[in-house]
Design a protein around this ligand. Sequence first.
Ligand code: ARG
Length: 465
Amino acid sequence: QPAKAWSGRFSEPVSDLVKRYTASVFFDQRMAQQDIRGSLAHAKMLARQGIIAAQDLADIERGMAQIAGEIERGEFAWNLDDEDVHLNIEKHLTALVGDAGKRLHTGRSRNDQVATDIRLWLRDAIDRILALIGDFQKNLLDVAEANAATPMPGFTHLQVAQPVTFGHHLMAYYEMTRRDAERFADCRKRVNRLPLGSAALAGTSYPIDREFVAAELGFDEVSQNSLDAVSDRDFAIEFCATSALLMTHLSRLSEELILWMSPRFGFIDLADRFCTGSSIMPQKKNPDVPELVRGKTGRVNGSLISLLTLMKGQPLAYNKDNQEDKEPLFDTADTVIDTLRIYADMITGIRVKADAMRGALTQGYATATDLADYLVKKGLPFRDAHEAVALAVRTAEGLDRDLPQLSLAELRDAMVHVPGTADKLADDIFAVLTVEGSLSSRNHVGGTAPDQVRAAIARARARLG
Ligand code: ARG
């Protein structure tokens, strides 16, 4: 059995099973480049402070450059015996450069080291995600712009409610993902604080310069409590919560794409490259990608719950439980990144079936509210107008017609039991009852009038730059 970095006080080695059970190298090697960056900044600081010699720093830098290259080329021999990414790299460094490698860990612990690595890794992931949200939004805006005036039914309770434009509907998802981007950017502020210098839990007696290390690594500030810094993972939980919300938004959009692609709606078609067929039913084209986005949202929610549960019973400070933070965290970032990449492409691959959207608007009395508003503008109280229009809908339903297909006389007749309606109905009602009339009347910030949708898209484009 090769000796472990900590095995001096032990009288027997761990079993192979324990070794495998406690090792993290097969998943935390993903943080190798961050681990090296952190070590180089630490070593530079140690040399500046006179804690190690300039020659030690030079040796460490030379060794680390070689190790970084080996890892990049896939030549590094990761070893289970060395437990985790940190000890693997340190051990190899010592093999390459001798005593200088053994001096690297001065004034440092794996506890503040791993916390630093995760934060560096997550900061990169957040930056990637923010860029990808921007890509998705840009493509979404293109589709929304092309459909700023394309009418479709807006739904509540999945029943036809009022006309909206498809562009307006898509812009709802722009707003959701805009808040998601705000949350990721805000989460990044709390990720970007340096734990290094906290050592195992209490700080260190060496004359370290934490501000220097923070500046070297691009951290905005240094952590203010060593116990907290080595044991806190709430930044990771926050990242997963933010990711769960983003995925929830994309899951809702996915559900809509799936519904819209069903022939019962027939509002859109998805490009073939996002669909798969059936091995038994030759006619099938299934929306697999949006279905998987919906499914993977469950997986991200699960990771959030994993991390919350991991943390809830831990006393201060570091506990090995925290090693379990990485797989859910990596998996969440991977899932979010892949989902955004695929969505940016998928959204431009939507073929809009405008006729079907408009056709659906002639079923379900989508302009009933417009008729009520018309009566209100002529002086009827809203509750009376609501009642009168409900009666008109009943009449239309009995005749199997849409509201604009009733004559003025039929409308008056239908509402006769609500006093004061007959004299308010005139020929101009038919302009109000059209889909275009309904849409263009909702002409305020946040409304579905095509001009407002175009203005919202322009504001969004300005924000994206
Ligand atoms: N692999 C460990 C982790 O992921 C590194 C820190 C180990 N610290 C310790 N005291 N055993 O958390």
